[in-house]
Every structure is written in C-alpha cells, then in structure tokens.
Design a protein around this ligand. Structure first.
Ligand code: AMP
Length: 557
C-alpha cells in the first residue's frame, strides 16, 4: 500500500478538530486496510498514532532533530542553517520540511512511489543501529525515504521520525476507530489495549478474531500493563461508606513500579512502561531473594530513605536515570520497595478481588525490613473511621504523602482512573503539565530559563497553554532542568524560547480562576514549578477536564 494513502488520512485528520470525525476517518481507513492488506493493519494502526513500536516495546528510533535537519538539508540541497531557519519560522519540523521541498521542487525527488512497508522497514532498520557513529549510519536509511518523498509525505515522515505526528489522534481515538471499523464493543477494545499495550496487535486481533479473540488477550509477564490509577478521595468517611469497607494503605511518595519475573528474568517497569531494572540492581536482588522461582507480576512503590525517613522523590528519579557508577549509588542510599498488589502468579489474577490478591501476595513474599516490605495497611469499616484517620496521621508523620483507600472487592483495572482506588494527600492539589516554552531570566540568571510556559491536554489530546510558572526549584534542579530543555529548544526570539513538548513538570498553584481570554478558559494563580516528573509521559499530563473539576470543587467550598 502506498504511503501516500496514509498521508492523505493524516491530512484529513488535520483538517478537523472534532474527535468523532477523526474517529470516523480512521475507522474508514482501518477497515479498508483490513480488507485490502490485512498484514499491514498492525503497522498502519501504530503509524496512525505516530508510532513505530508498541508502547511496551523498548525499541526506539533514536534520531535527533539535528540529524534529521542534516538529512533534509542534503536531500533538498540547502544548508543546515536554512533548515534551522525554516524550522524557527514555522516552529514545526513537518511544515518546515514541506516548505523547503516546495521551494526546491525542481530537484528530482520521488523516483518510485513510497510504500508504507518501505517506510516501516527503514524505520525499524534505523532503530536497530546502535553504538558508535550510529547516528551517521542511520542517515542513509533516512535519506533513502526522504529522497523518495513528495513534499507532503516528507512533512509527515519527518514528524513521525521525531515522534510528534501532531494530527490530534490519541490512544482513545484510535481505540474507538478500531471498535467502529470491526464492530467491537469499545470497552472490549479498551481492555485489550490496557492489557497488551499494543494497539497494532489489538487491531489485528479485532479484524481476525473479533470480540472473542480480544477477550482472550491477557497480560503476560515480560510485557508491562497500564497501571490502575487513583482518583481523589472526597474525604475518608464518605469514601469508606461508599465502599462498604475499605483497605487503607500508606501512600508512599516514590516511583511506582510493576515488577515482572518471567523465565528467570526480572524486569522493573515504570508507569510509563520503561524498563529500569538495570538502574536499580538492588531491586532485582530483593525480588530474587523474596519470591519463589515462578513467573509473576507484582506492583509497588520504591522510595529512598535515610535513617528510616523517606528522602526526596527527585533523588529516586536521579537513580532511575543513572547510567554509570550504579553500584556506587546502591551502597550510598538504601531503597525500600513497598509491594501492594499482585497481578499474575502462574496465571493472571487481576480479575480476582483485591482482598484475595493481597492475601496471595502475603503468602508468597518473604519480607525483608528496610528492603522489601508490604505496604502498611489497615482494614476499615464505617464504624471505625478513626483507624483510617490514625493511619493518615502516622503516614504523614513518617514522611509519607497520605493514604490510599481501596475497594477490597475490586478487580485490578489496568489504565482506569476509577472510584475503586482513591488517594488522600496532606498537600493541596497540583497539576502535571508539559513545557511548551520559556523565558530566560535576567542578570545573574540570564543563562537559565526563569519561567516556563506550561500546557494541559484537552479531550482530543491537543496541548493548550495554561500558565507561565516560575521555578521554585533549587539551583541544582534548575540546572538539571535547563540541561534537559536545551536540546529540545525549537526556536529562540529574544529571551523567549519555544520548546518541544516532552518535559513534564508538577505545578503548584494557589487557585484556579476563570479566564475568558485564555484558550482554555482558565488560568492558575501563583503557579510555581514544584518538581520535574520524569516518571510521567506526555499522555499522562493533566486534562482540561481535571482543571474544570478542581475549579468546580473550589467553588463549592
Ligand atoms: P497520584 O500519583 O498522585 O495519582 O497517586 C497515585 C499513586 O500513588 C500511584 O500511582 C502510586 O505511584 C502511588 N502509591 C503510593 N503508595 C501506594 C499504595 N499503597 N497503593 C497504591 N498506590 C500507591
């Protein structure tokens, strides 16, 4: 199938902001691919999302903007600076490339039309190149595609290479499109995706085996599943009364991990489904010592502590990102893993009620104080609410974040933020937003970005600017943030910079106010950067819906 056909779909998607229309466009195309070229369905599904690999995969293209701009300059026959200037002007690699291609239309581009297979194959080949001079070796494959592209094909190809397709299609839209194209109940598609994290596979099975086939897809050790998420508790008493009785646990402020053991290998996945086992060797060690030699999936939170008190969450993130001197770090500050759930033991157990999963977890694990423990928990009935209040107090005094209130009869619901797991924190609400731009400081801080333009996502997963947040960070973290931002700068104008959306920051604020002149209708009062959230992905930033709900809540109180 020709790449042009997919590109036409991208253009159609670009021409509307309405989610239902986008869904119909995609459903139509997926149905067509299913009929004409079913083997391509999985690839097309992923490419429609702007991805080459499923979410669980550790493969990545690893092509930086610099290399891409170089390839474009060589194909089009302009200087790298010309590409950079065009990029600065348009603020988008795709549009910049398209313009340059048009300007140079006399050059002999597109000898043979580009096929989707060819695009996919070359992208996969690029991802397989590693080691020294990898970037230079990748460029050949990239140039082969670029020189066979039309201006519009090049627009979307370059965006795909940088993993920022920007056609306003998120996982929700594609899930609905699969349901529509192959007549599947949306909740069945959703669950199959949450369990496999492979939209391509979901489309393929939907086409070949329908709803029944999708229901059979389940989790497998070695492939991470989307974690079950927590909603805010409206208050201890109300939450426990609504559940009938509840399991209350300490809420640890570390990083959430899903640990898989399969065929003797241990993987430690973050909530973004990244495998960080190599960075935390002591965790694999604890697990080896504490569990029987079976395949399983457990979940928990890892915190770093000193003298029994948790230390900064930022330290945990540094540990996770560390590539060298890992052993040195292991002995420096001990990590504690608090386990709180079991998803698989010899077979999937996620449909069993939490109370049973927890019992099973308790019977399997040999705890090791300070290293591997079970989350502290109490069972609370509506008659003994004080037990939950006491746990809250003890948890806060112990340096933790608050408590979780969980429905003992609930199954594990991957990727769902529902009422079966609630959180109650001592600190006021914050928002996780993505950096879109920034302003450099003045005087002594002229080399650092002093305030960041932060965006939220709307119901179509489109980013909308919400606030300029000042940095309430210490000098080290501020420097770290600047280092992260530097390679992502798209353009500079005076002290202002545009930044590629990738870095998530937690923003504290005094209140949310209505602001009719802003794009979202809301703004934040006194927004301040609280911390860098490397553990969150772009699809996990807060939504406009949540801003609205916090606003409504504040109007009530
Ligand atoms: P939040 O990140 O604020 O949405 O709160 C939910 C998070 O709390 C989960 O994703 C976990 O990372 C974390 N957490 C800490 N302790 C627990 C616990 N005992 N049970 C479940 N989640 C926990």
């Amino acid at each position: 199938m020709l790449y042009r056909e997919l590109v036409e779909v991208y253009q159609d998607l670009d021409s509307t902001t309405k989610r239902l229309e986008k869904t119909a466009i995609l459903a139509n195309f997926l149905g067509k691919v299913g009929e004409e070229d079913p083997e391509l369905l999985s690839t097309v599904t992923l490419l429609s999302l702007g991805r080459v690999f499923p979410t669980w995969s550790e493969e990545e293209l690893g092509i930086g903007a610099k290399l891409l701009m170089k390839a474009i300059s060589m194909v089009v026959g302009v200087s790298a600076e010309d590409v950079e200037n065009q990029m600065r002007e348009t603020g988008d690699i795709g549009k910049a490339t398209e313009k340059l291609y048009h300007k140079k239309s006399q050059i002999t581009l597109f000898t043979q039309p580009l096929s989707i297979e060819k695009v996919y194959q070359n992208l996969v080949k690029m991802s397989k190149i590693s080691g020294k001079r990898a970037q230079f070796k990748k460029i050949d494959y990239l140039m082969e595609l670029l020189s066979a592209s039309s201006p519009t094909e090049a627009k979307y190809l370059t965006r795909t290479v940088l993993e920022e397709l920007r056609v306003g299609v998120g996982e929700g839209t594609i899930r609905d499109a699969i349901s529509q194209a192959f007549s599947i109940a949306p909740e069945v598609t959703e669950r199959a995706h949450m369990l496999t994290n492979d939209m391509g596979l979901v489309a393929e099975v939907a086409l070949a085996k329908g709803e029944e086939g999708l229901r059979e897809l389940t989790l497998k050790p070695g492939k991470p599943v989307k974690p079950m998420l927590a909603q805010l508790s409206p208050g201890i008493k109300q939450s426990i009364e609504e559940m009938g009785w509840a399991i209350c646990e300490t809420k640890y402020d570390g990083i959430r991990v899903q640990i898989h053991r399969h065929e003797g290998k241990i993987d430690v996945f973050t909530r973004r489904l990244e495998n960080i086992a190599h960075a935390l060797p002591e965790i694999s060690d604890y697990i080896q010592k504490s569990f029987p030699d079976q395949d399983f999936i457990v979940e928990g939170e890892i915190i770093a502590s000193r003298d029994g008190k948790p230390i900064s969450f930022q330290y945990m993130l540094q540990r996770v990102r560390r590539k060298y001197d890992i052993e040195k770090m292991v002995s420096k500050i001990p990590l504690t893993l608090y386990l709180f759930d079991l998803l698989y033991y010899q077979k999937p157990v996620l449909d069993e009620p939490l109370k049973k999963r927890r019992k099973k977890l308790e019977s399997l694990v040999k705890t090791d104080p300070g290293k591997l423990e079970l989350s502290t928990q109490v069972i609370v009935t509506p008659e003994e609410i004080e037990k939950a209040n006491d746990l809250f107090e003890v948890s806060i005094k112990g340096g933790h974040e608050g408590i979780m209130i969980k429905d003992p009869n609930a199954p594990y619901m991957p990727g769902i933020r529902g009422k079966k797991m609630l959180k109650l924190k001592a600190e006021p609400e914050t928002l996780d937003l993505v950096v879109l731009g920034g302003t450099y400081g003045t005087g002594k801080r002229a080399h650092l970005i002093g305030s960041y333009l932060m965006a939220i996502q709307d119901e179509n997963n489109q980013l909308k600017p919400l606030a300029y947040a000042a940095t309430g960070l210490d000098d080290n973290t501020l420097q770290e943030l600047s280092d992260m931002v530097e390679p992502l700068i798209i353009s500079k104008m005076g002290r202002e910079v545009k930044i590629e959306p990738s870095i998530i920051l937690e923003i504290a604020f005094s209140e949310i106010v209505e602001s009719p002149e802003s794009e979202t209708g809301y703004s934040l009062r006194f927004p301040v950067v609280k911390r860098i959230r490397n553990d969150r992905g772009l699809d996990e930033i807060d939504t406009l819906e949540r801003v609205e709900s916090i606003f409504r809540q504040s109007q009530k109180s």
